[in-house]
Design a protein around this ligand. Structure first.
Ligand SMILES: [Fe+2]
Ligand SMILES: [Fe+2]
Length: 271
C-alpha cells in the first residue's frame, strides 16, 4: 500500500468515520464505528499494466487520468502485474504513472512483479510500494489486499504465510462487517488460472461476511456470483499484452457499493 502525504490527508478528510476507524481498531468491536451499517461509495480497480518501457506507460497514464476525472471514485485498487519481469526500472515507471492518482490507491503484487534473478525476489516491489498485504476500512467495509504470488508462477496456491495473515485479520474483524478481498490471482469459481486452494481460503471466511473478491491475472472481464460473493477479473490495462480471452478492449473496472450490495462495470480506456 502506498500513497502520498497529500493523499493520506485527503483520505482522512474524505473518509470521515472510516478515518476514525483506524484509531484503536484492535480495541473496539469494529462494526460499532459505523453507526447505521455500511455506506455507499464507488471505487475503481485496474491491473495487468505490464509496463516495459516509457512508451508502455501511455495507456496507464490515460487510465489514471480517466479515473481522476471521475468525482465519484474514492480510491483505486491496483491488482498486480505492474511490470513485465519485476525489474526495478519497470516497476519504477509504473510507480511514476500511478503517482498521478489524485486519490488514494492500494496495490497487490502480481507474478510479473517478482524478479526471479534477484536475491530478494520481492525486493524491487516492496522498495517502491511497501507491504504487499494491507487492510483498509471504508464506510463500514473491510478491504484486505493479499499477496497471491508464489515466485513468478501463473498457477498458484495461496502461501501458508498469507493464510496465517488472513486468519489474524479475521480474528479482529466483526463477523458482520462486509469484506472485499483484493488479489492478483483469481478466485472466480469457473475461471482459468483459479487459485489452487481457493476453496480452502474462501472457507476461512465462512463465519464472516465476504462479499467481493476482485482479481486480475486472467486479462479478461469475468463476473460471477456464488454464495452471495461477487468474483471478478478485469481486462488488462496494457499496451504490451493482449487479453487472454481474445477481446480487445483495455481499461479499468468500477465498483458501486450500496450498503452490502456491489455492482460493477468495465470501463474501456482503449477500445
Ligand atoms: Fe498479467
Ligand atoms: Fe499475472
Amino acid at each position: 500500500m502506498r500513497f502520498t502525504r497529500r493523499q493520506f490527508i485527503g483520505l482522512i478528510g474524505a473518509a470521515g468515520l472510516s478515518g476514525c476507524a483506524r484509531v484503536g481498531l484492535d480495541k473496539v468491536a469494529d462494526m460499532d464505528v459505523m453507526p447505521g451499517g455500511p455506506g455507499r461509495f464507488t471505487f475503481a480497480a485496474i491491473g495487468d499494466l505490464h509496463v516495459l518501457d516509457a512508451r508502455s506507460t501511455g495507456i496507464v497514464n490515460q487510465a489514471v487520468d480517466a479515473i481522476n476525472a471521475r468525482d465519484d471514485v474514492r480510491f483505486t485498487i491496483v491488482l498486480g502485474d505492474l511490470a513485465t519481469d519485476g525489474e526495478y526500472v519497470e516497476l519504477n515507471l509504473a510507480h511514476t504513472s500511478l503517482a498521478r492518482f489524485e486519490k488514494p490507491h492500494f496495490l497487490v503484487p502480481g507474478n510479473h512483479d517478482v524478479n526471479m534473478r534477484a536475491k530478494n525476489i520481492y525486493g524491487n516491489y516492496t522498495k517502491l510500494f511497501g507491504d504487499a498485504n494491507w487492510r483498509d476500512e471504508e464506510e463500514g467495509w473491510l478491504f484486505m489486499g493479499i499477496d497471491s504470488t508464489n515466485e513468478a508462477k501463473s498457477d498458484v496456491a495461496i502461501r501458508p504465510d498469507q493464510i496465517a495473515w488472513i486468519e489474524k485479520q479475521l480474528k479482529k474483524t466483526n463477523t458482520k462487517r462486509p469484506i472485499a478481498l483484493m488479489t492478483h490471482h483469481p478466485f472466480n469459481p469457473n475461471t482459468k488460472y483459479r487459485v489452487q486452494n481457493a476453496d480452502e481460503v474462501l472457507a476461512m471466511f465462512s463465519e464472516h461476511n465476504l462479499k467481493l473478491v476482485a482479481a486480475g491475472h486472467f486479462h479478461g472481464n469475468q463476473e460471477e456470483t456464488r454464495d452471495g460473493i461477487l468474483f471478478t477479473t478485469t481486462a488488462c490495462c496494457s499496451s504490451t499484452r493482449d487479453n487472454h480471452d481474445g477481446t480487445s478492449a483495455k481499461g479499468y473496472r468500477l465498483f458501486q457499493v450500496d450498503k452490502e450490495t456491489v455492482t460493477t462495470e468495465f470501463v474501456a480506456v482503449v477500445a
